[in-house]
Design a protein around this ligand. Structure first.
Ligand code: SF4
Length: 382
């Protein structure tokens, strides 16, 4: 065993927060097997043998955006690239959500900073409709970047925009937009996006008002290892100040069709190492998610032995994910729940169905008949 890991392992067993230096040691150790062992033990102290998945619908409701992030392959200019614009009406979003039925527990929607869609006038009625017709479905909507855009647009403070969306039924905010918090690096990759300080402030406000959220880190582009560890420490401190993050999700950079193409894709070892370091640095996060759309099902299955305890969701079969598919991911659009259970069980863990806030369900749970009938009527009326 790498001797440098021993004192770190002792700290982890005593639940002492790791330092930046510890994080760099974890990233640099050649002893990948013991790194995985320590991270898996930390995961099992939190959630035992459970590994979570969700039956969900994933939709990118608009790809119009003017933020100009250098790593983005998804956004289009509605005037220069008309034929590639996707801008769904609220009815279209609802119809996509229920295209393959009602047996899902989460609707996950993110999109660009689209001046014609990212407003309370569009979202509040749509959110209310989801809550009325599909009360068993949790709304996992927006990122902090989208919330900041909407707050500015309506001249509302962060507490005010959060209160408006909470009243409309928001359950959870997605973890995107965090990218890398280190300001110098952030300026290079997304100078027009929500600042690190505002990203953290918005999530802390969400938690104060009782709305859960997740957090991400985009890695594998121009950032340094120091940037990555700094990012994790800032998240850990944010969770201490205002608890409410459920899961941390490492997002591997994908290079196709964007300005950071020279950085190339991440490697499998960098991916699993990042899951392990995240699990060990974020001792106050319950869940680390291996999101199959990003690193692929095979790496994500291995990540369960490097501290991950969640594989995200089925996504529905509506071909809607565009952010990673525009950037070259080889993952498909849909994984059914039987496949999640097979992969999780083969890795030696227990598959557990959940919703956004980690309430759990039997695998064969189904929504009440009333929801199915209401949606049947809604589909007929579209
Ligand atoms: S990453 Fe998001 S905010 Fe940045 S350009 Fe793409 S869609 Fe816009």
């Amino acid at each position: 065993m790498d001797a440098a890991l021993r004192p770190i392992e002792r700290k982890i067993e005593e639940d002492v927060p790791l330092t930046i230096e510890d994080g760099l040691t974890l990233y640099r150790t050649p002893d990948i097997h013991n790194l995985g062992r320590i991270a898996r033990a930390a995961k099992e102290r939190k959630t035992g043998k459970n590994v979570y998945y969700v039956l969900n619908r994933y939709i990118n409701s608009t790809n119009v955006c003017y933020a100009g992030c250098k790593f983005c392959s998804f956004a289009v200019d509605e005037f220069k690239d008309r034929e590639h614009v996707v801008r769904m009406t609220a009815d279209h979003v609802f119809a996509q959500a229920i295209a393959t039925g009602t047996n899902f527990n989460q609707i996950h929607i993110v999109g660009g900073h689209d001046p014609r869609q990212l407003s309370l006038d569009y979202w509040v009625p749509l959110m209310r409709r989801f809550k009325e017709e599909l009360p068993h479905v949790q709304l996992s909507l927006f990122t902090a970047a989208e919330l900041e855009y909407m707050a500015k647009r309506h001249r509302l403070s962060f507490p005010q925009i959060v209160a408006e969306l909470k009243a409309a039924g928001l359950d959870n905010v997605n973890g995107g937009g965090a990218e890398i918090f280190a300001e110098e690096t952030r300026k290079k990759i997304c100078p027009n996006k929500v600042s690190s300080e505002s990203w953290l402030a918005i999530h802390e406000e969400l938690h104060r008002q009782g709305i859960a959220s997740n957090a991400t880190m985009l890695y594998g582009h121009v950032e340094s290892l120091e940037d990555r560890v700094d990012h994790l420490v800032r998240l850990r401190e944010s969770q201490d100040r205002s608890p409410g993050y459920n899961a941390f999700i490492p997002l591997a950079f994908h290079p196709d069709g964007n300005e950071l193409n020279d950085c190339g894709p991440t490697t499998g070892l960098d991916d699993v190492r990042t899951f392990a370091v995240a699990r060990l640095m974020l001792h106050n996060f319950d869940h680390v998610k291996a999101y199959w759309m990003i690193q692929g099902l095979k790496v994500c299955q291995v990540a369960l032995h490097f501290g991950a305890d969640d594989m995200d969701g089925t996504h529905g079969s509506t071909d809607e994910e565009m952010i990673y598919h525009s950037a070259g991911t080889q993952s498909g659009q849909y994984v059914d729940d039987r496949e999640f259970r097979r992969l999780i069980e083969e890795a030696g863990f227990v598959p557990v169905r959940r919703n956004s806030t980690y309430d759990t369900f039997p695998h064969d749970w189904a929504p009440p008949a009333a929801a199915r009938e209401a949606v049947g009527e809604a589909v007929g009326a579209l």
